[in-house]
Design a protein around this ligand. Structure first.
Ligand code: MTE
Ligand code: MO
Length: 337
């Protein structure tokens, strides 16, 4: 596949043109590309735009994704001085217990997940509840590339370029009522296509559930992602829609979401249910609060091997303290782990 890594010398249009002009120009370009695609050229004509990273396996993007990609804002947030994890590692070392407990299981088994059509329910304490086809739900939002660290509670980490949009924009659309204090997310339950829900890791009370405080959900770093590495999400990474909250342990970033509810009470989350002493509701990355069974002071940055373990210090809030620390002022992070 064609490779185009972004270079710092690549002057981004966004840096030299006022935002509204840049956006409208990009959407014009996008319309042009869509026109060409409709004119009978295969979807491959978008290939140049989709292959910004090395060795990215071509996906099978739904039409709505290709249309959105044409107007994406690239590198809206980046991590400086840290290499992006190879696509192969990000898609073959996964936690997605619906497809089995081992790191290779999601890549091996998630092909059975049917992501199209996909419907999503928004309900609870909102002025505008609804059930949406995914392509309709996505319509109001512009895709942004967010290159984020992902720190698993198991003390490994990656750097992944996501494509998504701020959760805050969704909240603006659905209008939480004054009673809404938390947001609750639910993953698909489908034991026919999710073998992990039939057997094996049966301790989990499916579906997988996660949640955030409303002010956390409003933080501009919290996104809903539909893509990665310039293409749509791989099934094993939570296609077609997942949460990404980069300052929290990876288990908060729930995959393959079918329901978003605004609620008054703190939701009961999957990992709290399994082991409340080990996994809290907040799950903020914190090198000074260890997991009961291992240290959280350091992490293995993937790819990591026996002879090059690639160990680094874990950063407070995973390196996003400037953006999120104020959310927790006055909160005892040792108790609220
Ligand atoms: N539905 C669901 N979401 C999930 C999980 C899961 O098992 N099921 N695992 C979580 C954990 S522990 C991590 S570390 C991240 C991993 O995301 P990645 O595989 O895209 O790197 O997904 C999170 N989201
Ligand atoms: Mo994790």
């Amino acid at each position: 596949m064609l490779i185009k890594l972004p270079r710092s010398s690549d002057c981004k249009a966004s840096e030299i043109t006022p935002e509204h002009l840049y956006l409208s120009r990009r959407s014009l370009l996008g319309a042009g590309l869509a026109g060409i695609a409709l004119g009978g050229l295969p979807r491959l004509s978008l290939g140049a735009e989709m292959s910004r990273y090395a060795n990215v396996e071509a996906g099978n993007a739904p039409g709505w994704f290709s249309d959105k990609l044409a107007s994406a804002r690239w590198q809206a947030v980046t991590v400086s001085g840290e290499a992006i994890t190879p696509f192969k590692d990000a898609t073959h070392y996964n936690n997605f217990y619906e497809f089995g407990p081992d790191k290779g299981d999601p890549a091996a088994n998630a092909g059975s997940l049917k992501t199209e059509p996909w419907s999503l329910v928004v309900d609870g304490e909102v002025a505008k509840p609804g059930r949406y086809a995914l392509e309709d739900f996505i319509k109001p939002y512009q895709l942004e590339e967010r290159i984020y660290r992902l720190r698993c509670v198991e003390a490994w980490s990656m750097v992944i370029p996501w494509l998504g949009f701020p959760l805050a924009e969704v909240l603006k659309q659905v209008e939480p009522t004054s009673k809404a204090r938390y947001i609750r997310f639910e993953t698909l339950q489908d034991s026919q296509h999710m073998p992990g829900q039939r057997s094996g890791f049966a301790l989990i009370n499916w579906p997988y559930v996660e949640g955030l405080r409303l002010d956390e959900a409003m933080n501009p770093l919290a996104i809903l992602a539909v893509g990665m590495y310039g293409r749509e999400l791989a099934n094993q990474n939570g296609a077609p829609l997942r949460l990404v909250v980069p300052w929290k342990y990876g288990f908060k970033s729930i995959k393959s979401i079918v329901r978003i509810s605004l609620v008054a009470q703190q939701p009961h989350t999957t990992w709290q249910g399994l082991a409340p002493e080990e996994y809290g509701f907040y799950a903020n990355v914190n090198p000074t609060v260890d997991h009961p069974r291992w240290t959280q002071a350091r992490e293995r940055r993937l790819p990591s091997g026996l002879f090059s373990p690639n160990v680094r210090d874990t950063l407070m809030f995973n390196g996003y303290a400037d953006e999120v620390a104020s959310l927790y002022s006055g909160l005892d992070l040792r108790k609220n782990y």
